[in-house]
Design a protein around this ligand. Structure first.
Ligand code: SR1
Ligand code: MG
Length: 428
């Protein structure tokens, strides 16, 4: 990997399929992968996310991904300017995630801060997880890898794993990701609860939306969770860990797109991830028509949710016992005094805290993906509006219960039982 800036020194300019080869043809980190015969590079723009340009560049020697930030939100257009420096945060997050959970993210080959571009490994034949979920396909090892990824990145980026100087430097760096935090603070935690300009929802949900907006307990829960997101700089988060930020094959799972990385509470990433599986679970009537097959696949999704938490807790516990060398819960206070029970009690309390936050953030994420600006393909692709409303309505009912009741769920079994019970009724 290199962050040599061979392309730097020229003012920022968005790449196009026509200009990319000429502009990047002298970058050693790219020609190492593709060769220098730029006349034979094949360039395609494939970005389908909300923010950036994404190119696949192929030659007969190989392929790379070139991701470049645009100075505005792609989903909305240049009426919503957005700083280019999000590429800087994505680059710094990617190299930390690669160190903390090797093999979990694409390898970075080149970073150019001025051009806001990252050249990275082309994952192939990986596809975005959402598409696999909509096709009803199972991914071997998905839950295990995501549970490990969350535990390793969240533990190792925190005061549990880092010394004070390194931890404070990283917190200061990532807390500079102001504009993307601002997006999350508004879109996720506030916009769904009033008539915000960019909100939209399926018309059949009107009565449910009105009741959620009048629900003081829910609005208070959303603001308490927003306070945790904004103020509890506990660890380096991916910051946008949904099923569109995961690429998979039948057997391999990789995490992409950490441009929303910031320091925040551990439960945020896990909660957002679980929420996206719950939404996929409820969206299945729009994707798998045959009932027995649908039920089986829905149970597989619930199994994934359960296993993510189980693996997360086990891996977090392993790291607690073997790598707790940061500034918190020092061994000198516990194990070194023979107080192993105290260390285990402290671990149980940390996990209980993360569990409660996780459920709360899961609820909040479901609500925002249904009522705010950026929805999910699993629901958007259901053309029958009444069916879409009933899928989304079930998600909203679960979401409210998780957010408001986040302190009352004893374990995953009770969460999954509630999800199943809600699935049996039409709430729209
Ligand atoms: C304006 S950006 C909307 C959403 O897209 C990203 O993927 C994040 O989830 C953000 O909230
Ligand atoms: Mg993204």
């Amino acid at each position: 990997m290199t962050d040599r800036a061979e392309t730097a020194g020229t003012a920022y300019e968005p790449l196009t399929t026509e200009t990319l080869a000429a502009r990047l043809g002298s970058v050693g980190a790219i020609t190492d992968k593709l060769g220098g015969d730029t006349d034979h590079w094949d360039v395609a723009e494939v970005g389908d996310g909300n923010l950036n340009l994404v190119f696949i560049v192929r030659s007969d020697r190989g392929a790379v991904i070139v991701k470049q930030a645009l100075p505005y939100v792609r989903l909305v257009g240049d009426a919503w300017p957005l700083p280019l420096k999000r590429a800087f945060f994505e680059y710094h997050a990617l190299i930390r995630q690669a160190a903390r959970d090797p093999g979990s993210v694409p390898e970075v080959y080149h970073f150019d801060e001025e051009q806001a571009l990252i050249v990275m490994e082309f994952l192939s034949p990986h596809v975005i997880l959402r598409h696999k979920l909509m096709a009803g396909e199972r991914i071997e090892g998905l839950a295990r890898r995501m549970g490990e990824f969350c535990a390793r990145t969240l533990f190792r980026g925190s005061d549990l794993g880092m010394d004070t100087a390194e931890r404070k430097a990283d917190a200061a760096l990532f807390l500079g990701n102001v504009e993307l935090c601002d997006i999350t603070e508004n879109l996720v935690f506030s916009d769904p609860y009033f008539d915000a300009e960019m909100n939209h929802h399926t018309p059949g949900l009107d009565p449910l939306v009105a009741s959620l907006r009048a629900d003081s307990d829910l609005k208070i829960a959303a603001q308490e969770l927003k306070a945790a997101f904004a103020s509890n700089a506990e660890t380096m988060l991916h910051g946008d860990l949904h099923t569109g930020s995961i690429m998979v094959t039948e057997r391999e799972t990789r995490v992409i797109d950490p441009e929303f990385a910031t320091y925040g509470p551990m439960g945020f990433d896990i909660g957002m991830l679980m929420a996206n599986f719950f939404m996929a679970y409820y969206a299945m009537p729009g994707h798998i028509a045959e009932e027995a097959a649908r039920r089986e696949y829905q149970e597989w999704i619930l199994g994934v949710i359960g296993e993510i938490w189980e693996v997360f807790a086990a891996e977090f516990s392993r790291l607690w016992r073997s790598e707790r060398r940061g500034i918190l819960y020092q061994a000198s206070l516990f194990e070194d005094q023979g107080d192993h029970l105290g260390a285990e009690q402290a671990l149980a309390r940390r996990l209980a805290h993360i569990w409660r936050d996780t459920l709360g953030f899961a609820g909040i994420e479901i609500i925002r993906r249904t009522l705010s600006l950026a929805h999910i393909a699993e629901n958007d692709r259901i053309e029958d509006e009444a069916l879409r409303a009933s899928c989304e309505g079930r998600g909203l009912v679960l979401a409210r219960a998780l957010a408001v009741g986040r302190g009352e769920f004893a374990g995953m079994d009770s969460v999954l039982s509630l999800a199943r019970a809600i699935e049996k009724r039409d709430w729209a």
